[in-house]
Ligand binder design. Structure first.
Ligand SMILES: [Zn+2]
Length: 153
C-alpha cells in the first residue's frame, strides 16, 4: 500500500507517539503496563502521558507500534461499547470481520484502513455507537450484497 492511500484519511496512528493525542503534552514515554494495572498484561508495552495519564498499548514490544491513540477512561469505555455492538456480528460467524468494519466505514464516510475504534476520537466513537445501535443484520447483509455487485459488475 502506498503512502498516498493514507493522505485523505482522518485518522492515522501508525507512528510512535511523541505528543499526547489527548492533551497535546510532549511528556509521553514508553513503559510497561504494570505501571497502570499493577501487573503486566499481554505483551506489557505501552505509552503513557505524564500530564493527563492517558495511555495506549502496543502491537508488540519489538516494533513498539501503538495500538491507537493515547486514550482517556472515557474513550476506552466508548471503544469497549462500540466493540460490544460490532463484534457479535462477526464473532457469531454471520459476517466477515472486514465486512462489518466496511459497513461502519461506509456509514461514517471513512476508509476501512482508518476504521479502528482505538483510533477514533470521541466524535467518531459517539457516531459509531449511534449507527451500530440501529444497525440490523439485514443492513449489513444489504451492504455486503451491494459490494458484491460492485465487484462482479
Ligand atoms: Zn496527555
Amino acid at each position: 500500500m502506498s503512502n498516498d492511500s493514507w493522505k485523505d484519511c482522518k485518522f492515522d496512528f501508525r507512528s510512535i507517539p511523541t505528543k499526547c493525542d489527548n492533551c497535546g503534552s510532549d511528556r509521553v514515554r514508553y513503559t510497561t503496563n504494570d505501571e497502570i494495572y499493577g501487573k503486566i498484561y499481554g505483551n506489557g508495552g505501552c505509552y503513557i502521558c505524564d500530564s493527563c495519564r492517558s495511555y495506549v498499548g502496543v502491537y508488540d514490544t519489538k516494533s513498539k507500534k501503538p495500538l491507537g491513540r493515547l486514550a482517556t477512561k472515557e474513550l476506552r469505555e466508548l471503544k469497549m461499547a462500540c466493540h460490544s455492538k460490532l463484534d457479535p456480528w462477526w464473532k457469531s460467524g454471520k459476517f466477515k470481520r472486514t465486512d462489518c468494519y466496511g459497513y461502519l466505514a461506509n456509514k461514517l464516510g471513512l476508509h476501512l484502513r482508518e476504521t479502528h475504534f482505538g483510533w477514533f476520537d470521541k466524535e467518531y466513537l459517539d457516531k459509531s455507537l449511534i449507527i451500530l445501535g440501529t444497525t440490523t443484520e439485514d443492513d449489513i447483509r444489504k451492504y455486503v450484497n451491494s459490494r458484491k455487485e460492485i465487484n462482479n459488475g
